[in-house]
Design a protein around this ligand. Structure first.
Ligand code: FAD
Length: 301
């Protein structure tokens, strides 16, 4: 088993996920998770805003199989939206449908999402539906389509490792889209497996949406992709208000600040909350060098 598969399996382990919630931020997670409470995350956002960086806030949590837990997550996200509005910070919301009941019942999840999207809409706050693994892809697109009949403050993610990504991006080009390589382990009948194939499709999708789409969030830490896309944007005179760069909180901070200083719109994905374990393990799967973060954290105590 590769190190990547090992960390992905750990990220999906229900027992470890549940136990991690009880013990606060551990294993160095505090360097990539902006606290466990709403006041803490608002403070982190203010610091990033002061550097000219906007934020998308993720109340950590996924794969919820209990209605009470999904309802509690919904309440927490509503409270985050109120806090963003009241504090006046430059931030929007990212959420995972599986935290809000996608695996329990479609209509239950729809109603939870509707409440969130409607409140955010009253404050003119954008809500991004993060994309999870393949089984949740089509129902998440269905939810997005149904909700967009009444609201236009929503968008989603296209994962470049999926064969169907090209078709999906065409269907959803009139939405604000975050384009990523893809973070889950997917089988070879639905997804590209090699870095080369994924990178190639990633660049193609980014270029397509930059030329034809509503708004593109270029979400990657890959400097080769970023340099290529900067040149593409220049060559094609893509206006600044049609795209932004995105990276995760705690990763390549110097590059985040540098891109914002160069005048690019930049948005940091800011996760917070008790349910940090699955998110953190996926970051280790993507790049085992992220273990450095753990080591630094341990020795800085
Ligand atoms: P990689 O392919 O991991 O790395 C490419 C190269 O970039 C590396 O070889 C290295 O040279 C350099 N590099 C990368 N990271 C670092 C670093 N920390 N320090 C130094 N060099 C580095 N996935 C989903 O499936 N669904 C989502 O909804 C989703 N949302 C996301 C939101 C944001 C804002 C971001 C940034 C990612 C999101 N992802 C999501 C994860 C994404 O799919 C990738 O798994 C993740 O971004 C890793 O790919 P990468 O393009 O950043 O770079």
């Amino acid at each position: 088993m590769s190190l990547k598969d090992f960390f992905i399996e750990l990220s999906e382990n229900q027992f470890l996920n549940n136990n991690a919630k009880k013990y606060g931020l551990k294993l160095g997670a505090q360097s990539v998770v902006a606290g466990t409470s709403i006041p803490e995350v608002i403070e982190s956002i203010k610091e990033l805003n002061a550097l000219g960086i906007s934020c998308t806030v993720d109340n950590l949590g996924e794969f919820v199989y209990d209605k009470a837990e999904a309802t509690a997550a919904k309440e927490q996200i509503l409270a985050v939206i109120d806090a963003i509005h009241e504090s006046g910070v430059d931030a929007h919301i990212s959420l995972k449908p599986s935290q809000l009941g996608l695996d329990i019942e479609y209509d239950f999840c729809f109603n939870n999402l509707k409440e969130i999207v409607a409140l955010a809409d009253t404050y003119d706050i954008f809500v991004n539906f993060d994309m999870e693994n393949y089984d949740r892809l089509q129902p998440s697109f269905d939810l997005l389509k149904e909700l967009s009949q009444d609201h236009d403050n929503i968008g989603t993610v296209i994962q470049a490792y999926f064969f169907r990504a090209e078709e999906d991006i065409e269907k959803f080009k009139n939405y604000r889209l975050r384009i990523v390589k893809g973070a889950y382990k997917e089988p070879s009948h639905v997804a590209y497996q090699t870095k080369e194939e994924i990178n190639q499709n990633y660049i193609q999708l980014l270029e397509y949406h930059l030329l034809n789409g509503k708004f593109t969030s270029i979400a990657t830490h890959d400097h080769n992709v970023i340099n290529h896309i900067k040149q593409f944007i220049k060559d094609n005179n893509i206006p600044h208000n049609k795209y932004e760069f995105q990276m995760l909180y705690g990763f390549r901070r110097d590059m985040q600040v540098a891109l914002a200083k160069e005048g690019y719109n930049f948005c940091t994905y800011v996760p917070f909350g008790q349910d940090w374990y699955g998110y953190f393990m996926r970051r280790l799967a993507e790049r085992p060098q992220n273990m450095e973060l753990i080591v630094k954290q341990v020795f800085n105590k």
